[in-house]
Design a protein around this ligand. Structure first.
Ligand code: MG
Length: 452
């Protein structure tokens, strides 16, 4: 990566470093990040793992060489879901590095650093790693102290066992018929195995490693889940489960073949797993349905900035039991403080089993809001745009936790600059479709007028 004198761009986005191999992710760059991360951790050993991406060996080897040069030993866990590596870090109390670009297209890869408690690093700690990378002030050891490389293939088994124990007794024996689509990503073997061990009957698609993601884009959105949705519509299944590329998220298709938005799954989990006095953490972008259900139970909802690490850290600080994002990333405080796709799937099945209801029937008990999401290309100054938006909405109630959340007209809009792409995201949320469309249209017009 070429950096002009004095120019030090931020490397870590909302979820680690992301880029294209041999563009941002050159061997030299990955080596330097490996050295910087290991210098910052200062631990005797670090766990490392990856998703199925074609460039995984390339990025991992480059990062690994940097780690070893600091005298830190590496434990290679192989291809595994990000939450499986995080569970390993948590139980062994060692830091970790995951080579993954999560849901991004196949030409991307990424580097994510995990703390020794299994959580993603805070922004402050990531900045420390960036600082070391830019300064070149790495720990370097004598040849006799260079780190060693070993393999441990037990991480997935321990992870599956931990999930199984949390839901044991509530699912086994039900023989649910499940269609599962891990996108040829990191959970290609682990989620089918977990579901089999829970006594489910599995029909699998994309359950083999394909680092080019030729079968489908790894983002588990309805437009990428055509085959799974058709299977659910035509076949006799109780539940469809899909993952993103590194399986920290799960997406669901109900028994009728209808895709379920992440907000609704989070709300369902709050309704059935939370108790009076519990704290629920979710970003400002999530549906009000979470507040509705939490209010009925007597649980408290804390709203944060967008980003799973922010939610996880807030959960730890506030001793929260459940947290999650509108994209289907759910964090279970009593399991581990990170998003966990397989744990989410197991809990959804557990709720279906203990209530004896189908997913569509469970969701029919939750109020459905109208939600629209979109984006506008934007490379300008966010402060100028946000000032313009505020001046366009005099007297409105505005929440500035992350971007601008503006209330009124029967709902709210959230407008924020993306941390990873040259766009401004616009969310609209209302009681009905008409108000939602009007709110979305109004703010898109305001943003487009400013940018044109
Ligand atoms: Mg992911």
């Amino acid at each position: 990566m070429s950096v002009k004198p004095g120019e030090r761009p931020r490397l870590f986005g909302t979820n680690g470093i992301r880029g294209r191999p041999n563009e941002l992710l050159t061997p030299d760059f990955c080596l330097s990040i490996g050295k910087a991360a290991a210098t910052r951790f200062g631990a005797p050993e670090i766990a490392i793992g990856r998703d199925t991406r074609r460039s995984g060996d390339f990025v991992l080897s480059s990062v690994a060489a940097g780690v070893l040069s600091t005298g830190t030993n590496l434990i290679d866990l192989g291809i595994l879901p990000t939450p499986a590596l995080q569970y390993y870090c948590k139980t062994r109390k060692i830091p970790g590095i995951v080579i993954t670009a999560s849901h991004n297209p196949p030409e991307f890869n990424g580097i994510k650093c995990i703390d020794s408690d299994g959580t993603e690093l805070s922004a402050r700690e990531e900045e420390e790693i960036e600082k070391i990378h830019y300064s070149g002030n790495f720990r370097s050891v004598d040849w006799k102290l260079i780190g060693t490389f070993s393999k441990d293939d037990t991480a997935v088994t321990s992870y599956i066992e931990a999930i199984r124990q949390r839901v044991s007794g509530t699912i086994t024996g039900k023989s649910y018929r499940i269609a599962v689509d891990p996108a040829c990503g990191a959970a290609y073997a682990s989620t089918p195995r977990l579901l089999s061990e829970l006594g489910c009957r599995i029909t699998s698609i994309n359950c083999y490693p394909d680092g080019l993601f030729t079968s489908r884009n790894p983002e588990p959105r309805p437009e990428n889940l055509g085959i799974l949705i058709s299977m659910m519509k035509e076949g006799d299944f109780d539940l469809g489960i899909a993952h993103d590329g590194d399986a920290d998220r799960a997406a669901f298709v109900d028994e009728n073949g209808d895709f379920v938005e992440g907000d609704r799954i989070l709300t369902l989990l709050v309704k059935h797993l939370s108790r009076k006095g519990d704290v629920i953490v979710t970003p400002v972008s999530t549906s009000d349905s979470v507040d509705d259900v939490a209010g009925e139970i007597g649980a408290r909802v804390l709203r944060t900035r967008i980003g799973a690490p922010v939610v996880a850290r807030s959960m730890i600080d506030n001793r929260a039991t459940l947290g999650g994002e509108e994209n289907g990333g759910v964090i279970f405080g009593d399991h581990q403080y990170c998003r966990d796709g397989a744990m989410t799937a197991a809990y959804v099945l557990s709720i279906m089993s203990t209530t004896g209801k189908t997913l569509s029937s469970l969701l029919s008990e939750i109020k459905k809001y109208s939600i629209r999401k979109g984006s506008v290309h934007f490379t300008g100054d966010w402060n100028e745009l946000s000032g313009h938006i505020e001046r366009s909405m005099p007297g409105s109630r505005i929440d500035r936790t992350d971007g601008l959340k503006i209330f009124g007209d029967g709902g709210w809009a959230l407008i924020r600059k993306s941390g990873t792409e040259p766009i401004v995201r616009i969310y609209a949320h209302a009681e009905n479709e008409r108000d939602c469309t009007a709110i979305f249209g109004k703010f898109r017009k305001i943003v487009e007028e400013f940018t044109s």
